[in-house]
Design a protein around this ligand. Structure first.
Ligand SMILES: [Fe+2]
Length: 337
């Protein structure tokens, strides 16, 4: 396992919000009364993604979970509704938090108790397409349909036991593994690349970018959809590893220079980086986001991009294979004394 050598290491985390603990919700204050405007923003976000031409690119498990969760397209759900529709399936519960971006350690302590925190913050109208902060639409619409499903609960249950025993360097890798799987992963389903991650699903900008890339790979002949697609992604990645390495180094450099920190700059910077490195915007590198196989050594080297679009996403060939790969890194740490 390659360690990330530069210190202090750039993590890509959102600055954590310091809140008065007394403002935190208690068992009796879980439910909030939302304004009509907040329900209207929820309805617009819901309708923006609940469209057949978008949903067909999201994996089948999400659709099953969405059905189980019985969300109201017009109204933000109550915590009671969410728990009634999640707990009987997987034993997980949700809890409201006043913290917009919870410190990883606090987050994983709740995870260890099978509690998924839902923020009380909802993006504004100006942030309909992109918000760097995970808001309640992201938490609820992006993650919770999956949390009604056993396979997802088992995946989420892998992270906390390792995180709570991990060193600082390992913790950074674990956060990146979660980022590039449950937040921004893709999965192969019936030989089609499908969107899995909650961060892609809940953000129309990255959702569109990803769907465009799926079409482009086919259109530009990078992937022949009549042949096994995962093997072709692996072949492309293998063939272009030297350039991928240079891109990853470049991304790290840009992060350290603070140039991966705005939605406007994000992609232009990457395009400029390709130009600087003399990498042609064609073939495997022709899209708005690079798709690579879910290889832990590579994921460990790429910081999270939270204030701009992510330059690279990772694909796994099945949820079983994702689980195995996560285990290969997480289990030895979780079982450490
Ligand atoms: Fe998330």
């Amino acid at each position: 396992m390659q360690n990330i050598q530069e210190k202090p290491r750039y993590t890509g985390d959102i600055a954590e919000e310091v809140r008065n603990r007394e403002q935190e919700y208690t068992a009796v204050t879980q439910e909030i009364t939302f304004s009509d405007e907040q329900h209207a923003i929820w309805a617009e976000l819901f309708a923006g993604i609940h469209q057949p031409q978008l949903l067909e690119h999201i994996c089948g498990e999400f659709m099953i979970g969405l059905e189980r969760l019985q969300l109201d397209p017009q109204h933000i759900p109550t915590i009671t509704h969410l728990n009634e529709h999640i707990e009987p399936h997987t034993g997980w519960r949700t809890e409201r938090t006043a913290v917009r971006y919870t410190k990883a350690e606090d987050w994983y302590r709740k995870f260890a108790q099978r509690i998924f925190l839902v923020t009380d913050y909802l993006r504004s109208r100006e942030q309909i397409k992109f918000t760097p902060e995970p808001d309640m639409f992201h938490d609820i619409f992006g993650h919770l349909p999956y949390l009604t499903m056993d396979f997802y609960a088992r995946i989420e249950e892998k992270f906390a036991p390792a995180f709570l025993k991990a060193s600082d360097d390992e913790r950074e890798v674990i956060k990146r593994l979660a980022w590039y799987s449950t937040e921004f992963g893709l999965v192969v389903e019936d030989n089609r690349l499908k969107i899995f991650g909650a961060g892609i699903i809940s953000g129309r900008g990255e959702l569109n970018n990803t769907i465009m890339e799926l079409y482009r790979l086919d259109r530009d002949g990078v992937v022949n959809t009549n042949e096994p697609v995962y093997a072709q992604i692996c072949e492309q990645f293998e063939r272009h590893k030297a350039d991928v390495d240079r891109i990853i180094d470049g991304i790290n450099r840009l992060h350290r220079q603070g140039q991966m920190s705005s939605q406007e700059q994000g992609w232009n910077v990457i395009r400029t980086l390709y130009d600087e490195l003399g990498i042609d915007h064609s073939g495997y590198f022709g899209g708005e986001v690079l798709l690579a196989p879910f290889e832990i050594d590579y994921i460990a080297r790429i910081p999270k991009t939270v204030y701009a679009f992510n330059p690279i996403f990772f694909v796994f060939e099945s949820f079983d294979r994702l689980a195995e790969r996560l285990d290969s890194y997480l289990q030895p740490i979780a079982h450490r004394r």
